[in-house]
Design a protein around this ligand. Sequence first.
Ligand code: SF4
Length: 204
Amino acid sequence: MASIRGEFYPLVEHFYSVQGEGYWSGQPAFFLRLGGCDVGCSWCDTRYSWPQTGWATYSAEALVELVRATPAPHVVLTGGEPTLHALEPLIAALQEAGYFVQLETSGAYPPPSVLPNWITFSPKRFKAPHPAWYELAQELKVVIHAPSDLEWAEAQRRRCPPALPAFLQPDYYQPKAVQWILEYIKAHPSWRLSVQVHRYLAIP
Ligand code: SF4
């Protein structure tokens, strides 16, 4: 699947809500979900975002205007896999407008040359991350779908700086994952639990 390189972004959805997972859980945030993902996680809960085309496209400036209609101080760029797109103009426009920009990425593609304020690096077993993300990330978040994912998460962690906040997050649709994680982080207490609060509380 070819990368999209352009200054117009296919927008799957946008909404002002509360960040439900990871380090910024509980933070009011405006979400921009960009279309396109070729990582292919078998348990993906946002498959509808995989197509790159068929969405309305917006310029960086138009996306900033969507955010400006709310009092959100924090913008989450998510997907899909947002780094399929040339994110530099969008990150720059949001930062120039005063927003704190959080990027959620699997790291499947190289980082943009304009960095966001916060990188939530969520590597996936289905497509090896670009190595640069391990040093750039502000948090590591690994989704646990099977017990073997814990070992894989540990291997990912060893490639990151030791003090990096690191989260294990249960696949919402794998009912056993919460217990696997609880047992694991009690034995390995430098990990933290992340749950998708918005799903458990049905927050849109
Ligand atoms: S990287 Fe994210 S959007 Fe892409 S398949 Fe995996 S979970 Fe789904």
